[in-house]
Design a protein around this ligand. Structure first.
Ligand code: ADP
Length: 140
């Protein structure tokens, strides 16, 4: 367990642009069957995170969801907890418990030195899959 990395248990990231409407983000979340969307700017740099409850909360308002950009309601940088491919899964699990969130974007540093590119996603589901593999002795 202490040497299993994010790279061994990860999912593909689903990203939307910061100018996407809340309505379209809800559609993307359903179509892609994920619980968290990552928001990127025009340079594909990570700028935000959208959870199911962020979108539900926005839906409670009186505004038309087609006209509100996700950038208004997302959790934004620098408040996003991230991880890298080479990080240990146990460290990710600790972050998820500590921050009470469902998943983390897996990021790589952008060459320009400012910001992160999203290269993957790791969630409680991936960690549950690891638990099952451990129970089945598929990992020594
Ligand atoms: P839900 O809100 O559907 O229960 P989460 O528990 O993952 O899902 O999200 C709780 C809050 O934390 C949301 O406002 C969401 O934007 C934010 N959040 C989710 N993932 C992250 C992350 N990796 N870093 C920082 N904030 C996050």
């Amino acid at each position: 367990m202490k040497h299993i990395t994010v790279n061994d248990y990860q999912s593909r990231p689903v990203v939307v642009s910061h100018s996407t409407s809340v309505y379209d983000a809800i559609c993307t979340m359903f179509l892609e069957d994920v619980g968290t969307l990552f928001v990127v700017d025009a340079q594909t740099t990570l700028v935000g995170v959208l959870s199911r409850k962020d979108l539900l909360r926005a839906s409670l308002g009186k505004q038309t969801l087609e006209t509100i950009p996700v950038s208004i309601i997302m959790t934004r940088m620098p408040n996003i907890t991230v991880c890298k491919k080479e990080d240990l899964i146990i460290d990710v699990a600790n972050k998820l418990i500590d921050k009470q969130i469902d998943g983390l974007p897996i990021v790589a540093e952008v060459d320009r030195g400012s910001g992160f590119e999203v290269v993957g996603r790791i969630t409680k589901t991936n960690i549950t899959a690891l638990l099952v593999d451990l129970a089945n002795d598929e990992i020594i």
